[in-house]
Design a protein around this ligand. Structure first.
Ligand code: ADP
Length: 643
C-alpha cells in the first residue's frame, strides 16, 4: 500500500463519520469503524446486512421512494436524510451521500458513501422553526406587526400582520410611506410625522407613540401603539428605521369605557354628596331655631307635665342636630368639599380640652380616664386640630358609650419619625363590650352598628366611625381597630403630622385694653373660619365685656342673623360656602325690610386689594387688615359704633 493509500485508509478508519460500501441490493460490503460512533454496531456485525434494515419499515419505504429512482439511473446522491435505529433502539437522523460503483467492465456494483449524524443539527433547526412559528403566532395573536423603512431608497416593508392591522390582505401590494400615512387618522397625522421626523432631526433613536388609524375598506377606526428605532451610519445620518406596530384597540376601548364609568360614578357620588350637604344644611337652619327656643323655654314657667314634654323635645332636637351635623360632614367628604386646614396642633392642650369636654359623661358612667403622651411626641405640630379633635371626640364618645365599667385611656406615641414629619399613633382604649373580629371592617361603613339602633340600648347613628376614618384619610392617615368581645377595644388614629421647626407655642395673648368708658357692651357676631383667629378675636372682645357669637362662614352667619339680634358684625372676607362680600350683599338687600342698618366691619388678609375705601364703597362700615392688634380693633370699634 502506498503512503497516500495508507493515509486515506487511516482517515476513513479514524473518522467520526461512517464510510460504507454496499452492493447493487444495498447489502453492506464495507463498514468503517465510524459505525460504532454513529449507530453503536461493530463494523463486522453489519457486513451483508441491508442498509434499509437499519430503518423502521415506514422510514425504509419513504427513503426508497427517493433512492430507488436515483439508483435505477446509477446517479450519485447527496445529503439524503434518513432516520436509522441505533443498536440501543433510539433514532438517529443521518445525512447520506453516495456515488455509484462500477466494475472494470462498467457494470453497476452498488454505492460507496459517507453517513453523518445530524440529529443535533436537526433538533436545533426544528427548535428554530418552532420558535419562529411561535413568534409568528404570538405576533398574530398580540396583533403585533413589524415594518422596516429604508430611508435612502424610500422603501417600506411590512410584515403580514402589519398589512392586517392596517386592514389589507398580507402582501397584497408593495407597502409605501404614502399608504401608511394615508391610513393615519387625520387628527393624528401631525403627531405621527412630528414624532418620526422630529426624532430623526434631534438625533433621538427610539420613540413610542399611540395614534389612531382608519381602515380604508371599512372606515373602521383602530388604535395602534408604535415603537420605532432609527439606525444611523458613521456620520450619524439615519439610514433605516425599523418598527413595530400593535393594535391596541380593545385595550383602549376598555380603558375609555372604564374611565367614563369611573367619572360617571364619581360625578354621581359628588352629586349625592352635594344634595345631602344642601339638604342637611337647610335642615340645620330651622333646627337651630328649635334648639334655641327649646332652651329658652326651659326658663319659662311650665307645669311638670309640660316640662317633661319640653325635655323630650330638647333631647330629640339635640340628637337631630348631631345627626344632621354628621350627615353634613359625610356628604361634604363625598362631595370633595371638606378642606383640611394646616394650623398649629398642640396635642397636650387638644387632648386636655377633649377630656374636659367628656368629664361629665365619664363621671356619669363611673369610669376613669388616663392620658399618656410619650416623651418623644413633639408638643407642637402642624395639622388640622379641629378634625383631629373631631375624630378623637368620636372615638372617646364611643369608648364611654360602650364601656359599663373600668377605664379608658388615651395614649399617644410616635410610630415613625422623619426629618419634617412624624407618624403618630393616638389610641383610645376601653374595657367595654368589645367588637367581634368579623365586624372589625364593617363598623367603619356608614350606618353600620353592631346593635340595631332600634334596640334603644345604645344611641347613635352609625356614622361616627365612617366619618372618623374618612377624616383621618383626608389628613393622610387612617383609623384602625383592635378588639375582642368582652375584653374591650382599642381604636388607633394613625396620622402623619408636620413638625413645627420654630417653637412658638402658646404665644401670649396681646395686652388687653381696659374697656373704654363710653363703649356699651355689644352683642357681636364674628364671622370667621380660622380657629386661631376666632380664639384671638373672641378672647379680646369678651375681655372687653362684649358678648360674642361665631359663625364659620357667610351662610351660617346669615342663618344666625335671621334669628338673633346683633349690634355689630365682624366679617372675614375669604370664607368657604359664602364669602364675606356676598354675605354683606345679601344682608344689605334684606335691610330695607327691617328698616335697620347693621354695622359690619370687614376683616381682610388681602392687603393688596384691601384699601379701606374699596370696602367702604362696597357697603362695609369699617375695615381691619389682618393681622391687627387689640388697639387697632378697639379703635375701629369706637370709630364705627354709634355713640
Ligand atoms: P354609633 O356609635 O353612632 O353607632 P359609630 O360609627 O361611631 O356609630 O360606631 C359604629 C358601631 O361600632 C357602634 O354602633 C358599635 O356597635 C361599634 N363600636 C364603636 N366603638 C365601639 C367601642 N369602643 N366598643 C364597642 N363597640 C363599638
Amino acid at each position: 500500500m502506498s503512503n497516500v493509500e495508507e493515509r486515506f485508509r487511516k482517515m476513513v478508519e479514524d473518522s467520526q463519520d461512517w464510510f460504507w460500501e454496499f452492493d447493487e441490493n444495498a447489502n453492506f460490503t464495507y463498514v468503517s469503524p465510524g459505525i460504532r460512533n454513529l449507530l453503536g454496531y461493530e463494523p463486522e456485525e453489519l457486513i451483508g446486512v441491508n442498509a434499509f434494515d437499519l430503518m423502521d419499515a415506514d422510514e425504509a419505504q419513504r427513503v426508497r421512494r427517493h433512492f430507488d429512482p436515483i439508483a435505477k439511473k446509477y446517479l450519485p446522491f447527496k445529503n439524503l436524510e434518513n432516520v436509522n435505529i441505533h443498536k440501543d433502539g433510539y433514532k438517529v437522523v443521518i445525512e447520506s451521500s453516495g456515488t455509484p460503483i462500477f466494475d472494470k467492465a462498467g457494470r453497476f456494483r452498488g454505492y460507496r458513501g459517507i453517513d453523518r449524524d445530524i440529529t443535533e443539527r436537526k433538533a436545533t433547526e426544528e427548535a428554530l422553526r418552532q420558535s419562529q412559528a411561535n413568534l409568528y403566532e404570538a405576533k398574530h395573536m398580540a396583533k403585533v406587526g413589524s415594518w422596516q423603512f429604508d430611508i435612502e431608497n424610500n422603501r417600506l416593508t411590512w410584515s403580514d400582520e402589519t398589512y392586517r392591522i392596517f386592514g389589507f390582505k398580507p402582501q397584497s401590494f408593495d407597502a409605501n410611506y404614502e399608504a401608511f400615512f394615508d391610513a393615519v387618522h387625520p387628527d393624528d397625522r401631525a403627531l405621527v410625522s412630528d414624532a418620526y421626523s422630529g426624532s430623526i432631526r434631534h438625533g433621538q433613536n427610539d420613540y413610542e407613540i399611540e395614534h389612531r388609524i382608519i381602515r380604508k375598506e371599512t372606515g373602521e377606526v383602530r388604535y395602534v401603539h408604535e415603537k420605532c428605532r432609527h439606525e444611523r451610519d458613521a456620520s450619524g445620518k439615519a439610514v433605516q428605521s425599523i418598527g413595530m406596530v400593535q393594535d391596541i384597540t380593545e385595550r383602549k376601548v376598555t380603558e375609555m369605557a372604564l374611565l367614563a364609568a369611573t367619572q360617571a360614578a364619581e360625578a354621581a357620588n359628588r352629586a349625592k354628596g352635594l344634595f345631602l350637604a344642601k339638604v342637611s344644611h337647610e335642615i340645620r337652619t330651622p333646627l337651630t331655631t328649635i334648639v334655641g327656643f327649646g332652651e329658652l323655654l326651659e326658663d319659662a314657667e311650665l307645669t311638670s307635665e309640660h316640662r317633661k314634654y319640653l325635655a323630650a323635645i330638647n333631647a330629640a332636637s339635640n340628637t337631630l342636630s348631631l345627626l344632621i351635623n354628621d350627615i353634613l360632614d359625610l356628604s361634604k367628604i363625598d362631595a370633595g368639599e371638606l378642606v383640611i386646614r394646616l394650623e398649629d396642633v398642640h396635642l397636650p392642650n387638644l387632648i386636655d380640652k377633649l377630656a374636659k369636654s367628656q368629664e361629665l359623661q365619664i363621671a356619669k358612667h363611673s369610669l376613669s380616664l388616663h392620658v399618656s403622651i410619650d416623651a418623644d411626641v413633639p408638643d407642637l405640630l402642624v395639622g388640622d386640630p379641629l378634625r383631629i379633635q373631631q375624630v378623637l371626640h368620636n372615638l372617646l364618645g364611643n369608648a364611654i358609650k360602650f364601656t359599663a365599667q373600668g377605664a379608658i385611656s388615651i395614649d399617644v406615641s410616635v410610630l415613625e419619625e422623619g426629618a419634617s414629619r412624624v407618624l403618630l399613633d393616638i389610641s383610645v382604649t376601653d374595657t367595654g363590650i368589645g367588637i367581634a373580629a368579623e365586624l372589625h371592617e364593617r363598623i367603619f361603613e356608614p350606618f353600620a352598628q353592631v346593635f340595631d339602633a332600634n334596640s334603644r340600648h345604645y344611641s347613635g347613628s352609625g356614622l361616627g366611625l365612617s366619618i372618623s376614618r374618612s377624616l383621618a384619610g383626608l389628613m393622610g392617615g387612617t383609623v384602625e381597630l383592635e378588639s375582642q368581645v368582652g375584653t374591650g377595644s382599642a381604636f388607633h388614629l394613625l396620622i402623619p403630622l408636620q413638625k413645627k421647626t420654630v417653637d412658638i407655642s402658646e404665644k401670649p395673648l396681646p395686652e388687653i385694653e381696659p374697656i373704654s368708658g363710653s363703649m356699651p357692651a355689644l352683642n357681636i357676631l364674628l364671622v370667621e373660619d380660622n380657629q386661631i383667629n376666632i380664639q384671638f378675636i373672641k378672647t379680646v372682645l369678651e375681655n372687653l365685656g362684649h358678648k360674642v357669637m361665631t359663625a364659620e362662614n357667610g351662610k351660617v352667619a346669615l342663618d344666625y342673623l335671621n334669628t338673633n339680634v346683633f349690634d355689630l358684625v365682624l366679617m372675614d372676607i375669604e370664607m368657604p360656602v359664602i364669602n364675606g362680600i356676598d354675605t354683606l350683599k345679601t344682608l344689605r338687600e334684606l335691610e330695607p325690610l327691617s328698616g335697620k342698618h347693621l354695622t359690619v366691619i370687614a376683616l381682610t388678609a388681602y392687603a393688596l386689594m384691601g384699601d379701606r375705601e374699596k370696602y367702604l364703597k362696597m357697603g362695609f362700615d369699617g375695615f381691619l387688615k389682618k393681622p391687627f392688634t387689640t388697639r387697632e380693633l378697639v379703635n375701629e370699634l369706637i370709630r364705627v359704633v354709634p355713640g
